[in-house]
Design a protein around this ligand. Structure first.
Ligand SMILES: Cc1cc2nc3c(=O)[nH]c(=O)nc-3n(C[C@H](O)[C@H](O)[C@H](O)COP(=O)(O)OP(=O)(O)OC[C@H]3O[C@@H](n4cnc5c(N)ncnc54)[C@H](O)[C@@H]3O)c2cc1C
Length: 498
């Protein structure tokens, strides 16, 4: 391909959906730049229960966060996928469509340009491509939870749909690969280049290319209409900053000259924080063991079911009027899979709309250095209060009769930790990222918002942003379905505004 119409940086959830639609429906030629990665064993990539083994593998950026004061000064690791599929390559595969609150927020941020109808139509199109499916097997803790949650008020218990095909992780590679009848045209229109995009290239005040690091050294790619950043909530703002887009003083510290001042780039960083309530199990029935059992391997290979088809977080839902989301796992949330014991189960609760907000900064101008990630989790008192409420809610549920024969003791926070103060200390000590960083180049109507309703970076030409960084705030549930729906819609907006 000589000079493509567009360069898309990042072949993750958004990048793959966007590229597919640009090429298939709008006949655009696209070069997709994706960072190099070392593939994990194929079994770990295909078997849903093994996603946890992909963390810290050669497919994970494994970003360190700064110590967070309100998490007992802990430094968390933030997994982000690398390789075709991005975070969809290593994630827990839950397919959680946008809620009405998410839809309203997107409509508000775009002056109703991203209307609920448009996003739901986009969602349907993505679903018809990827066909998320119902789980083919549920562990005993999940089945018990669903029975217990049936009679609750203000509750929406859910068995999560998944991005799986016949019990196997769906690969987004299929979005970029031509199907048989269209093989020629597709091959001509999409090209994947492996390399680490370092910074943008401008010609006459218009962005038209990227400079990247490949295994053969530095290279430049140039396009006809411009560059679309789909590098995710961490990758996109840091690439912008290396290119001179951000806060003048912060860039100056790294010897980077200012191109466009955008104070909101890298700000508004949100994530869901999950507090695991962990129980010892009594029941011997249906012990969960997704590693090394030949019977389970045969069951998964022949039927796509059994423990290996579990995504670990099989069910949960929204509770307390959508204030809390729950994820149920048949494991010890804090030690699995290091200790592959089936004697535990976890009911984790997270605040769906945390008010605490973090930010990102460059550590250096070198693209191989991870950024400085300040999470500010639980910075706002109300997030801590809500997290405590989540633990109390889970306890009430677990103490209901349905769980009587299934669990014997609460291990974390531990039955002795009754007071709100004691629960608060446990929340600080044990809460974990739910892997949903988002919002670092948020779209909005105001001149200071980074991105407009056409997905253009404001005050720039030839530059669009399409990934989790544009979501204003944080989705109520797991964000992947919403991000992919936005990416589908973005193909249309970009074609019209190129
Ligand atoms: C472990 C884990 C579990 C999760 N579980 C779920 C779940 O069950 N359900 C759900 O809805 N969400 C889940 N998520 C979140 C969801 O997967 C992400 O929010 C979503 O995939 C983000 O999509 P994106 O397109 O914004 O970014 P990504 O999918 O992360 O894509 C960004 C891409 O850009 C590439 N890139 C970055 N920088 C550069 C550069 N400089 N040069 C070249 N390429 C670059 C990356 O390698 C990556 O491929 C999970 C995430 C993780 C990590």
């Amino acid at each position: 391909m000589n000079q493509p119409d567009f360069i898309v940086v990042g072949a993750g959830s958004a990048g793959c959906v966007l590229t597919r639609r640009l090429a298939e429906e709008f006949n655009a030629t696209v070069v997709v730049v994706e960072a190099p990665s070392t593939p994990a064993p194929i079994g770990d990539r295909q078997r849903p229960a093994h996603w946890i083994k992909l963390l810290k593998s050669g497919e994970d950026w494994d970003f360190p966060t700064e110590p967070t004061p309100s998490l007992a000064k802990r430094r968390l690791r933030w997994p982000r996928g690398r390789g075709i599929g991005g975070s969809s390559r290593i994630n827990a595969m839950i397919w959680f469509p946008p809620t009405s609150r998410d839809l309203n927020r997107l409509a508000d941020a775009s002056g109703n340009h991203w209307s609920s109808d448009r996003i739901l139509t986009a969602l349907k199109s993505v679903e018809s491509l990827l066909q998320p499916e119902e789980p083919r097997w549920l562990s005993e803790p999940s089945r018990t939870f669903l029975r217990a949650a049936q009679s609750l008020q203000n509750a929406k218990p859910m068995v999560y749909q998944r991005l799986n095909r016949r019990g196997q992780r769906t690969s987004l590679q299929s979005l970029l690969r031509p199907n048989r009848e269209k093989a020629r045209s597709w091959e001509d229109r999409i090209q994947v280049v492996r390399g680490m995009a370092d910074r943008l290239i401008w010609t006459n005040e218009k962005v038209n290319g990227v400079e990247l690091l490949t295994e053969n050294g530095r290279a430049e790619l140039v396009s006809r209409y411009g560059v679309i950043l789909a590098s995710g909530a961490i990758g996109t703002p840091t690439l912008l900053m290396r290119s001179g887009i951000g806060c003048r003083n912060a860039l100056k510290e790294h010897g980077i000259g200012l191109r466009i001042e955008h104070l909101s780039v890298g700000k508004n960083l949100r994530d869901h924080l999950i507090m695991p309530v962990i129980y010892q199990r009594t029941s011997d029935a249906d012990r969960f063991s997704p590693f090394g059992d030949l019977r389970h391997l045969v069951q998964w290979q022949t039927l796509g079911s059994g423990p290996l088809s579990s995504n670990l977080a099989e069910c949960g839902g929204l509770f307390l009027n959508d204030a809390i989301q729950i994820h149920v796992t048949p494991t010890h949330y804090l030690t699995f899979p290091k200790e592959d014991s089936s004697a535990w189960m976890t009911i984790g609760a997270n605040v769906t709309q945390p008010q605490s907000c973090g930010h990102l900064q460059l550590r250096s101008a070198d693209p191989s250095e991870p950024p400085v990630i300040t999470t500010n989790y639980l910075d706002q008192q109300q997030d801590l209060e809500r997290s405590i409420q989540g633990v109390e809610y889970v306890r009430e549920l677990a103490n209901s009769g349905v769980f009587r024969d299934v669990i014997s003791a609460e291990i974390v926070p531990g039955a002795k930790r009754i007071t709100r103060e004691a629960i608060a200390r446990s929340v600080e000590r044990y809460s974990q990222t739910l892997y949903h960083p988002i919002g670092t180049c948020a779209a909005g109507n105001h001149p200071e918002d980074a991105v407009d309703h056409r997905f253009r970076l404001r005050n720039s030409s030839g530059l669009w942003i399409v990934d989790g960084s544009v979501f204003p705030g944080i989705t109520v549930g797991n964000p992947n379905a919403t991000i992919m729906s936005l990416a589908w819609m973005a193909a249309e907006e970009i074609t019209e505004s190129r």
